[in-house]
Ligand binder design. Structure first.
Ligand SMILES: *[C@@H]1O[C@H](CO)[C@@H](O)[C@H](O)[C@H]1NC(C)=O
Ligand SMILES: *[C@@H]1O[C@H](CO)[C@@H](O)[C@H](O)[C@H]1NC(C)=O
Length: 265
């Protein structure tokens, strides 16, 4: 009787532990993960070819999560869902170009599946990506092109004052150079979009993402994402058997069974 009761608790707790509401935990193959576009209002539901993609979004045209018109808008709109890069005066052309490239990645990349997490209460998206591995050389180049530009806060995704409906510098801040605000490249790339990126060494055995590659060349990020998707699926198999809490219960059940067996003897 006791063992049955424990079994019920164990089963229920397994369900609670494995349901974190993330789509990722419902995927059963790496291919499924690789076929997911982020749930955002301008993203396609799954990646596919586009006949043409504008300028900096071109590399993704063989397989993309953005449409032709979104790719164009990225280059011509002054703001993006009200986000304003020029909150401390106009960014230099070279810095702006990096942010346009980053936005192409955000809207077009079909390789962020393994890093998607659910977000609540957002108008423009139901998911975001977190800790996508960005190669150090890519981050350093982005940083170099922006060090002398101006901003007032580190975390552009969270810390603007939106009370007037547009992003403004909070009253206790002032416009300073990126170098003064962020101090170094790693801190910049990781903080500016609230940890969407994680900077990793170019030599990292798991590989790292590029934000741009030669048009027509194979997307170098595909392989890295695919291997990550495979690792996620194989670790998900073992999570079902043994996440830390489940292990605790499993151990508990074992001990109890042994105990009751001994007791019956
Ligand atoms: C870009 O600009 C167009 C035309 O003004 C507008 O309809 C669209 O909503 C803008 N896109 C974003 C993401 O802000
Ligand atoms: C970069 O700057 C951050 C924030 O100031 C700091 O915590 C971190 O240690 C610095 N990293 C390096 C490598 O200097």
């Amino acid at each position: 009787m006791l063992s049955l009761w424990i079994f019920v608790i164990f089963t229920l707790s397994t369900m609670v532990v494995s349901d974190d509401g993330n789509r990722l935990s419902t995927f059963t193959s790496p291919e499924e993960i690789m076929n997911a576009c982020m749930l955002g209002i301008s993203h396609k539901t799954s990646p596919g070819p586009e006949s043409e993609l504008f300028d900096k979004c071109k590399p993704w045209k063989k397989r993309s999560c953005c449409t032709e018109s979104i790719a164009k808008d990225i280059h011509v709109n002054k703001t993006w869902y009200k986000m304003d890069w020029d909150h401390c005066g106009k960014l230099s052309d070279k810095c702006r170009a990096r942010f346009v490239q980053d936005l192409c990645f955000y809207e077009c990349s079909p390789n962020v599946g393994p890093w998607l997490v659910k977000v609540d209460n957002m108008k423009i998206r139901k998911e975001r990506f977190v800790n996508v591995p960005l190669c150090r050389n890519e981050c350093d180049a982005w940083w170099e092109d922006c060090v002398d530009d101006l901003t007032c806060i580190e975390n552009w995704a969270r810390h603007f004052d939106w009370s007037s409906g547009i992003p403004q510098c909070p009253s206790n801040t002032q416009c300073r150079t990126f170098r003064e605000v962020f101090k170094n490249s790693t801190n910049f790339c990781e903080k500016v979009w609230d940890h969407s990126w994680q900077v990793v060494e170019d030599t990292d055995p798991d590989g790292c993402f590029a934000m741009w590659w030669m048009e027509g060349a194979e997307n170098p990020n595909y392989e890295i994402a695919y291997r990550k998707a495979q690792r996620l699926i194989s670790s998900a198999d073992s999570i079902v058997l043994c996440s830390s809490w489940n292990c605790f219960y499993l151990l508990f059940v074992c001990i109890c069974s042994v105990f009751s067996y001994v007791w019956y003897l």
